[in-house]
Design a protein around this ligand. Structure first.
Ligand code: SF4
Ligand code: MG
Length: 323
């Protein structure tokens, strides 16, 4: 089947006074129909920038400087802004970390959902209201026919994030990008919200990218995982294989970070050293200064993706492909 989303050799650059910073350097992955791809890595690995690139929302002066992004086989990285805006919300839904950035405090959640539905679908006010109530019920809001008339501040954090998921589903998008959807929530709520997200995607056959720094969230919800390091793919493959037998030494380090679904970036720092700054990406394999398996070739050549079973891994321990 044609992937719902294909990212091919994506390069994203930010010009600065001291030269061009390459935040994303030839990232490639596919998201199959109905699949949830987890995108994981430390802060600064390029997770959110990859998500922003897909929806055409890289903050200028940052720009996509290379590669292609395809939605069901058609390029979307070169669409005029007008068309891209129509695509967002209609074919691509979005769920962000902080519900208060997605919800307008001045309008009831019903008004916002109804407006979004009617922007994208030919429905009367009454039909859209009925649908809004159904969507709220679907994401687990109790008494949705009352709550539809409440304002965002009248919901708890967890309920608000459910509303944001309902909002992303308004136009029945083919694809959803969720960027750290539970990071702002209490630990006890995170698993619930991830479960809602996974269920609504499954029920609709919707594909998604789930961006997180938390391997616990990945283990809970993803079918496949892309591990990013310093703007590059370290490893991408089925979640089962990666949890059971990670191939890249960096992924092995991340696995030390699973104890619960909760997460802070601190937990990932148990791998000695830290992610390089974008203006100081090490030569060859960007991970080599932190890698306990480093070989002479590792600082000389950049590893390309080697196929091992259903996994692709950029590491010379698993083949000699170079990027
Ligand atoms: Fe370690 Fe070399 Fe593999 Fe990089 S390529 S992860 S330095 S073994
Ligand atoms: Mg981020």
């Amino acid at each position: 089947a044609t992937p719902v989303i294909s990212v091919r050799d994506l390069v994203v650059e930010f010009p600065t006074r001291r030269g061009v910073l390459r935040a994303i350097d030839k990232v490639s992955f596919d998201v199959a129909p109905g699949e949830i791809l987890g995108v994981v890595g430390e802060s600064g690995a390029g997770k959110s920038i990859t998500g922003s690139a897909i929806i055409g929302l890289i903050d200028p002066p940052g720009r996509v400087a290379g590669g292609e992004i395809l939605l069901k086989g058609k390029r979307i990285d070169n669409l005029p802004e007008e068309e891209m805006r129509r695509l967002r919300g209609k074919r691509i839904g979005m769920v962000f970390q902080d519900p208060l950035t997605s919800l307008n405090p001045l309008y009831t959640v019903g008004e916002q959902i109804i407006e979004t539905i009617r922007t994208h679908l030919p429905m009367s006010e009454a039909q859209a209201r009925k649908r809004a109530i159904e969507l709220l019920a679907d994401v687990g809001i109790p008494a949705p026919d009352n709550r539809v008339d409440s304002y965002p501040h009248q919901f708890s954090g967890g309920m608000r994030q459910r509303v944001v998921i309902a909002l992303a589903l308004c136009a029945e998008p083919e694809f959803i990008i969720a960027d750290e959807p539970t990071t702002a929530l209490d630990v006890s709520l995170q698993a619930q919200i991830i479960a809602v997200f996974k269920r609504v995607c499954e029920e609709r056959g919707t594909s998604a990218i789930l961006i997180t720094h938390d391997m616990g969230v990945i283990a809970e919800a993803a079918d496949r995982v892309a591990v990013l390091y310093a703007g590059r793919v370290a490893e991408v493959g089925p979640v089962r294989d990666m949890l059971g037998k990670p191939l890249h030494p960096y992924t092995t380090g991340l696995m030390g970070s699973i104890p619960s679904i909760a997460g802070t970036d601190d937990r990932l720092r148990q791998i000695p050293g830290s992610m390089p700054r974008l203006n100081r990406i090490p030569s060859g394999c960007a991970f080599h200064p932190r890698c306990e398996h480093e070989m002479p070739v590792c600082s000389q050549k950049r590893p390309g993706l080697n196929h091992v079973g259903q996994t692709d891994v950029a590491c010379f321990l698993h083949g000699d492909a170079t990027a």
